[in-house]
Design a binder for this molecule. Sequence first.
Ligand SMILES: Nc1ncnc2c1ncn2[C@@H]1O[C@H](COP(=O)(O)OP(=O)(O)O)[C@@H](O)[C@H]1O
Ligand SMILES: [Mg+2]
Length: 373
Amino acid sequence: MADAIRLPAERRFAAELAALSTLPGVRPEGWRLAPRAVAMFAHGGQVGDLPITRKFWGDDALVERAVASLASDRGLLLIGEPGTAKSWLSELLAAGISGASTLVIHGTAGLTEDQIKYGWNYALLLAEGPSPRALVPGPLYTGMRTGRIVRFEEITRAPHEVSDGLLAALSEKLLSVPELAGDEGLLLGRPGFNLIATANTRDRGVNEMSAALKRRFNFEHVQPVADLDEEIRLVREQITSWVAGGPAAGVVLGEDLLELLVTTFHEIRTGTTLEGVRLERGSATMSTAEAVSVGYNAALHASFFGASVVAPRDLVGWLAGTVVKDDPASAKALRSYWEVAVKPRASAERGAWRAYWAARDLLEGVGGAPKSR
Ligand SMILES: Nc1ncnc2c1ncn2[C@@H]1O[C@H](COP(=O)(O)OP(=O)(O)O)[C@@H](O)[C@H]1O
Ligand SMILES: [Mg+2]
C-alpha cells in the first residue's frame, strides 16, 4: 500500500531514471541526465533490458526542443488548452533534468513575491535580525541555490508585478536579498537552474505578459493528441494504471467502451465526426485528461455500486458533467452530438453505440434546459 496519494515522477519512475543516467552523452552542467535521456524519459524508449515507458504522447520534436531550451539561457513556456499535459510534461522534464520536480510555484491572483523568492522566520528575525538562518527559502531561491529546475504553473494567472519579479533570476541568474549584507545578500544561480512555466490559453492571455518577461522564455505550443488511435491508447493506459490496485480494480472497461468515450471527446473537440460531418460547437474543454477522468469515475462508480462492467449508459452522466463545467450552453451541443453522430451509428447496429443512443434520456435537462416529453 502506498503511503502517498500520488508520487512525483522522480519517485514513481526512479528505476527508469537510474537506468537513463547510464546513457552516454554530454550533460549540460548541473544536469542529472544527458539531453537525449531526458527526452527519452518523456517519450519512451529502451535502456538495456528496461523499457522506458512513454509518458508524454505527442510531438517528440517538441519534447526535444523543450529539452534544448532548458539547456539555454532562456526558460521554457508551455502554452495550450487545458488538459494537454503541459503540467505533466513539465514535471517529467524537471524530474529528468534535476531529479526533482517538486519546486513548484502555483500562479494565482493572490501570489506574492515572498512565496516565490523567500520569506522570513519572524521569530528568528525579531530575535536576531536578518540572517541566512532566519531566511525561509521559496522555490525560486532553492532552485537557484541548488541548480535545479523550478516550475511555475499557470504563470499568466499571477499578478504581473509578481511574475515580473522573475526577470533578474532569468536574465542575470541572480537573486538579491537586500536585507542581508555583503555576499550573503546576493544569491548566484548555480548551473542546472532554469524555469519551466505553463500557461493556459483559456486564461488571461500570454499576450498580457510583459514583453520583457516573454523574451526570457522560449514558447512551445502543446496541442491535443491528434490521432484517435493514439488517444485511445493513451486513455486506456492511464485508466488502467489508475484502476490497478485501487478500489475499482477488477471492473472491466471494454475496448468498445473506450472507443465510445474517446471518439466522443475527439469528435466534439475537433468539431467534425470521423465521417466528416460538422458538429455544433460548444466551448467545453474536451481534453484527453477529461476523457481519462470520465472513464475512471465511471469505473469507480461501477465498482462502488455493484457492477463489474462499465456500460455505455454509465459514461453519459459523467460526460454531461464535463461538458457543462465550462459553459452550460454546451449541453445543447452535446445533445446535438447525439443526434448527428450517435444516432446514425446506433441505427447501423454498431454495438455499444446503440446502448449509448438509448441513454440519451440522461442528457435531458442537462445545462438547465427544460425537460421535453
Ligand atoms: N499528450 C499527452 N500525453 C500524456 N498524457 C496526456 C496527454 N494529453 C493529456 N494527457 C492526460 O492529461 C493529464 C495531465 O494533464 P495536465 O498536465 O494537468 O494538463 P494541463 O497542465 O495541460 O492542463 C495526464 O495525466 C494524462 O492523463
Ligand atoms: Mg496544468
